[in-house]
Design a binder for this molecule. Structure first.
Ligand code: CMP
Length: 140
């Protein structure tokens, strides 16, 4: 089915100036950007976005990292967009990410892991609404 998913190009990849290279991978896989923007998250915004991880030992480092610089947030649309995006990203830990995936090619560590992607339809809906008002998501 045609789905939408939220993708974040994290501060490490933005700092490396590889936004375009990463977007190209989504385009080559048939995913369309239907909303997109650069955002520098505040601490409370990052804490809210990652609230599901608030009890995890890595939460504080995750929030610190995500507010260390601007991120590029986009909504990707396409056939099976959620799984397709996760396949393109590779494993969360770049050391475990398959060759040719975004994290294998651009990520440095499990925190500085270049990209985030929604993990399921319900989370995609919530994550998209967190960043984009409906009128900023476009038909293409
Ligand atoms: P992301 O998909 O953005 O969702 C939560 C983030 O927490 C994850 O990517 C990683 O960058 C970070 N993280 C750090 N340590 C861990 C861990 N042990 N397990 C899962 N995620 C982790």
């Amino acid at each position: 089915a045609i789905e939408r998913t939220l993708s974040i190009i994290k501060p490490d990849a933005v700092a490396k100036n590889v936004i375009g290279k990463i977007v190209s991978r989504f385009e080559a896989a048939g995913l369309k950007m239907v909303a997109g923007k650069l955002v520098h998250l505040s601490r409370s915004e990052a804490e809210q976005f990652y609230a599901v991880h608030s009890a995890r030992p890595f939460f504080k480092d995750l929030v610190e990292f995500m507010i260390s610089g601007p991120v590029f947030v986009q909504v990707l649309e396409g056939e099976d967009a959620i799984v397709k995006n996760r396949d393109l990203m590779g494993a969360t830990d770049p050391k475990k990410a398959a060759a040719g995936t975004i994290r294998a090619d651009f990520a440095d560590s499990i925190d500085a892991n270049a990209v985030h992607g929604s993990d399921a339809p319900e989370t995609a809906k919530g994550e998209i609404a967190f960043f984009f008002a409906g009128l900023n998501v476009y038909q293409r």
